[in-house]
Design a protein around this ligand. Structure first.
Ligand code: ADP
Ligand code: MG
Length: 276
């Protein structure tokens, strides 16, 4: 076993600190006379360094949940605590600032600027951080190296494949070193092989940087790349599956090592709700 990893695990277990806490969350949309319960009482914790997927069919409430976590929409009822701060009490300006400082987004449609090349696109979120242009481009370049696009730094979106564009999207989400990354159907526009590549890339970066990734998908196979899988049906989390040791995409040695945890080390589910 790698000593570095074992130490990382021990620290994680000791801290046991949820980065995301969701309590009794409801979102009701009113359309004319009818009410749609998009989220119908959701509770969970997500811990630092976890890759969690939220999987469910179309209309089950995945995007609503992710938008709520990111503070893009207000809940009808309930609490969302991210990095110790209540999202539901923040003003719009506070939310904008909070997102800028703590959160990275990966979108289905990549959302790259067509007139900018790869390195300029990745550097864009750094504009708000008071860095010199030279430092911004240097950092963006390093991120493109990380996602395997060393040779594509000067390419514009139209000069890259879908998979390469999404790698740029991943690099852009990571460039500000966010604590948390949210991804809504990040491979929705990619073929299955390319989707798996992007999943492995996301696994790798989250692991290397000990970041927290929450990904929404309708695809069970893609969901299986995560450490934990949250199943959502009709606005309710019906099952939280611990997937460590079974994850797709990780090499088997490491998956085996992860299973051999010391006795008494509880999985997040076992401690959920009991430590408050
Ligand atoms: P998913 O992302 O899992 O496909 P959504 O979170 O987008 O599902 O939607 C969940 C439910 O809430 C659906 O029934 C959808 O029609 C409804 N819904 C989502 N957004 C709105 C909205 N802005 N106004 C009214 N109904 C909405
Ligand atoms: Mg959706």
């Amino acid at each position: 076993m790698l000593p570095g990893r074992a130490k990382g695990k021990a620290v994680m277990a000791k801290e046991r600190k949820p980065v995301i806490q969701v309590r009794d969350l409801y979102k009701v949309y009113r359309v004319g006379d009818t009410k749609v319960r998009a989220l119908n009482g959701v509770d969970f914790n997500i811990y630092k360094g976890e890759f969690c997927s939220i999987v469910g069919t179309s209309g089950s409430g995945k995007s609503t949940l992710l938008n709520m976590l990111a503070g893009l929409e207000k809940p009808t009822r309930g609490e969302i605590i991210i990095a110790g701060e209540h999202m539901e009490n923040k003003t719009e300006n506070q939310l904008v600032r909070f997102r800028r400082e703590h959160i990275g987004f990966i979108f289905q449609s990549f959302n790259l600027m067509a007139t900018m090349n790869a390195v300029e696109n990745v550097a864009l979120p750094l504009t708000f951080q008071g860095m010199s242009k030279e430092a911004r481009l240097k950092k963006a370049g390093a991120l493109l190296d990380l996602v395997g696009l060393k040779k594509y730094k000067k390419h514009r979106p139209t000069q890259m494949s879908g998979g390469q564009q999404q790698r740029v999207g991943v690099a852009r989400a990571l460039v500000v070193d966010p604590e948390i990354i949210f991804a809504d159907e990040p491979t929705g526009n990619l073929d299955s092989n390319t989707s798996e590549e992007v999943m492995r890339l996301m696994q790798k970066v989250v692991q290397e940087k000990n970041q927290t990734l929450v990904m929404v998908t309708h695809d069970n196979h893609l969901a299986s790349f995560a450490d934990r899988i949250f199943h959502i049906i009709d606005g309710k989390i019906v099952q939280i599956e611990d997937n460590r040791g079974h994850r797709s995409g990780v090499d088997q040695d490491r998956a085996g090592a992860e299973k051999k945890e010391p006795e008494g080390m509880k999985s997040p589910e076992e401690t959920d709700g009991t430590e408050e």
